[in-house]
Write a protein that binds this ligand. Structure first.
Ligand code: SF4
Length: 314
């Protein structure tokens, strides 16, 4: 029995077969790095942002996709793909360039375009272009937003350059266009406790988020967070505490949400701290074991939506 809704099953249900996400790397930056919002970026963000597996951004979108699709087709006999505009902020570029890159990605076997961005870079002008691409090329559209923490004080602590309000605005705006919304969260930021985790799960469900990518905090070398870590400005909680948070998060999340991952991953040589020096799948096993032993299923504690919070006189 699956105790939580996995992204792989969600994709299989949606597309009738296994679908692979292919990263696309554009020559971009981020308003939180170039001075538009702030300098230096989020305190945990490294020079390559998030795209460790992506190809060089001087290759065209089409070449990046075709190169990876050829490999995946040979290795896995895959037939359907998601073009994943992953690195930096993929709605932080002129509208005409945005449109051109998207058109380039609409090649045979690409069934979905996924755009990763910041909540303060979502605007109807970009969403209109996505709507046009959806109808002209018959592809699905999804948008992933980095949030990391729901607490505005934690967001300020990690120099996100936006608060919860921009995130809520972005989600409502994207939903208006009928696109799926994904969110990235780090559940073990040192300033957020178990209560924050539970409240985050409830708010994500109330906002009708479709996809959630949970990261465990990894600390990269040569980052502000890395320096603070080396100076003992904070400590990272234990792996058991992280497992408890993920299990609680799952139990408070409405059952239709699909989890894209439960842990972060980064190359060992780039990090000062990553997954308590354990392999990610070992920790995933610990989470699944805890769900099993506690007999918890996703949504078990989801008794707060659609008026269910009203317990008297109804
Ligand atoms: S918003 Fe994303 S790309 Fe920009 S600094 Fe933060 S983590 Fe890095």
């Amino acid at each position: 029995m699956e105790r939580y809704n996995k992204y792989s099953s969600y994709l299989k249900d949606l597309y009738g077969e296994k679908v692979y996400k292919i990263p696309v790397n554009l020559p971009l930056t981020c308003p939180n790095r170039d001075g538009e919002v702030a300098h230096g970026g989020c305190t945990f963000c490294g020079e390559v942002a998030t795209g460790f597996e992506a190809l060089d951004n001087d290759l065209s979108v089409r070449t990046q996709l075709e190169t990876n699709i050829e490999k995946m087709t040979k290795r896995y006999k895959a037939k359907k793909y998601i073009a994943y505009f992953q690195n930096f902020t993929n709605t932080y570029l002129p509208l005409n360039e945005f449109k051109t890159y998207l058109e380039e990605a609409c090649i045979e076997d690409v069934v979905e375009i996924c755009i990763s961005s910041r909540p303060d870079c979502i605007n109807d002008a970009y969403l209109e272009i996505l709507k046009d691409i959806e109808s002209r090329f018959s592809v699905n559209i999804s948008v992933e937003l980095g949030l990391q923490s729901m607490d505005h004080k934690t967001l300020s602590q990690i120099n996100r350059g936006h608060s919860l309000a921009e995130f809520i605005d972005a989600v409502m705006r994207i939903k208006k266009y009928g696109f799926k919304v994904g969110v990235h969260l780090i559940l073990n930021l040192p300033w957020d406790d178990l209560e924050d985790t539970i409240e985050t799960a409830k708010v994500m469900s109330a906002l009708d988020i479709d996809l959630i990518k949970i990261h465990s905090l990894y600390i990269l070398k040569n980052t502000k967070m890395g320096d603070d870590y080396l100076n003992n400005a904070f400590t990272v909680e234990s792996v058991d505490s992280y497992v408890d948070k993920v299990v609680s998060f799952i139990s408070y999340t409405q059952s239709k949400v699909a989890f894209q991952r439960l842990l972060g991953r980064a190359p060992k040589e780039e990090t000062l701290f990553c997954n308590w020096n354990m392999s990610w799948w070992k920790i995933q096993d610990m989470i699944e074991m805890k769900l099993e032993n506690s007999n918890i299923v996703q949504g078990d504690h989801c008794d707060y939506l659609n008026g269910k919070a009203v317990k008297k006189f109804i």
